[in-house]
Design a protein around this ligand. Sequence first.
Ligand code: F6R
Length: 619
Amino acid sequence: MCGIVGYVGPEASEKAIDVVMDGLGRLEYRGYDSAGVALVTDGTVVTEKRAGKLTNLRSALAAHPPADSATAIGHTRWATHGGPTDANAHPHRGGADGKLALVHNGIIENFHALKAALLADGAVFTSETDTEVVAHLLDRAYCRTGDLTDAMREVVERLHGAFTLLAVHADSPHTVVGARRNSPLVVGLGEGENFLGSDVAAFIGYTRHAMELGQDQIVTITPDTCSVIDFDGTPSDGKAYEVTWDAAAAEKGGYATFMEKEIHDQPHAVRDTLFGRTDETGRLVLDEMSITEDELRSVTKIVIVACGTAAYAGMVAKYAIERWTRLPVEVELAHEFRYRDPVIDHQTLVVSISQSGETMDTLMAVRHATHLGARTVSICNTHGSTIPRESDAVLYTHAGPEIAVASTKAFLAQITASYILGLYLAQLRGGEYGKVAAEVLTELHGIPDKIEALLGSMDRVEEIAYFMSDTRSVLFLGRHVGFPVAMEGALKLKELAYIHAEGFAAGELKHGPIALIEPGQPVFIVVPSPSSEHGLHGKVVSNIQEIRARGARTLVIAEEGDEDVVPFADEVIRVPHTSPLLAPLLTVVPLQVFALHLSTAKGLDVDQPRNLAKSVTVE
Ligand code: F6R
């Protein structure tokens, strides 16, 4: 939810402020309603913090440049406790001498009780945040122990909830201490300098050597050392790994926005997610799948848990996995799954889908599934994040860093990975669809070129978006795998253009939603391929006629060569031919492009839409 950076460099280094501001720039997508830094310098800790986007903090620092420093922490916030004001922005200080500063991501659930005790003991608070409570506790613990790591150990024992904490103290000028519970924190290992970040983007400009931290761990970095202990004080080894992408991947690469760049990254995202998953005979081999083949063969039901866009990827996956494995697949919003006593046992495979791997609702669903005895697989884009770490197996998507808040390339990579999982299960189970796995894979390998071609033909979609910049409401219809695509198209528009948008199953139209159709109402219709089974294509063409007859403005997404739609379409947006189950990898693209340009036409911030943050690490 918030972005956190920490840095310790060599004694004579002056670059702490640059490293931390650079990291905050890369993490701003995690939250952007206020930001701040704390620098350890000349026996004191100096803080600067500002409400609003990072640019406000940059201006403040430019107006009052801080003294040189080798040690700093920084924070970009998505407000939970206390509005986005200068006072509530992090870092927070504890104690009267102002020697300690702390940043925090997450929620301290028992902060009321802790605050009451601190107030009774004379503590003075300057913000409405839960974080300031921790700063006071840590300052008191430091005064007792004289050691920031020991102080952190004492304090985390008293906290309930989810947190990543980073702290510096003026009396330990070459040390940053971090702690994590249910909230992300990774280490960047440099030469004579070390880094901490909510994710590797925080330090990717400086090092690609990273180290995962486990749940309930404390890390202490100095310029030359990095030590990790569990909350109970037991020493631990973090798991080091190399980040497979570089700083350029986290930059706009000549595009006006990250979202536009990420839409254009999609051919790569699909290609890279497919890459290296087959052996020389063409059979799928999933190296990361640490559940045994026998266990997977004994699965009797699959439940997919996810939120938002990832849940729509799960809905697409349901159609494909059921078809290929003949196993029943349920898709459930992760936050609903946990609270409804789901029927799960050791033969249930629970598949979580998450770009960030840190979405709290999804993490809690995975934990619940584990508790009920299910086996868990995570489809995830973020190496070493909490959800894959806590799952029995992981299938990484290789979309590269997704910085724009609205998910695009991760969606396509999630669908691709879930197809791979479905085909792998089909291959293990044998039967009719085990045999077609190779055929489907061959077709999947052709999809990136088709996306590329499609992206080259989006001029008309861009024009339509500009013409529609004052539209108040847009509806989206789809059927079969086109239904989740319609929902995703509506979600993108809500998020980016702040207008009413709803996705419906086309078959549901006459059961109620058709009442919304009035003259001029724009409706996107995702038309299935004419090659679809059960006459689906004809049924959706009838739906187009029904709404057109009532005055709707029909914006039809249809396969090349599908002439049946033409008489009833105000606009036809063509997508290349593909077999019906794979079509979402193409049909969603014009809807992403439409939302991007409508938002741009309205002059909105495409990458950082209001009220949102990239990863939702609170329930
Ligand atoms: C929509 C969007 C969100 C996320 C959802 C899950 O554009 O980005 O709906 O898809 O918050 O996030 P992850 O995939 O990180 O679990």
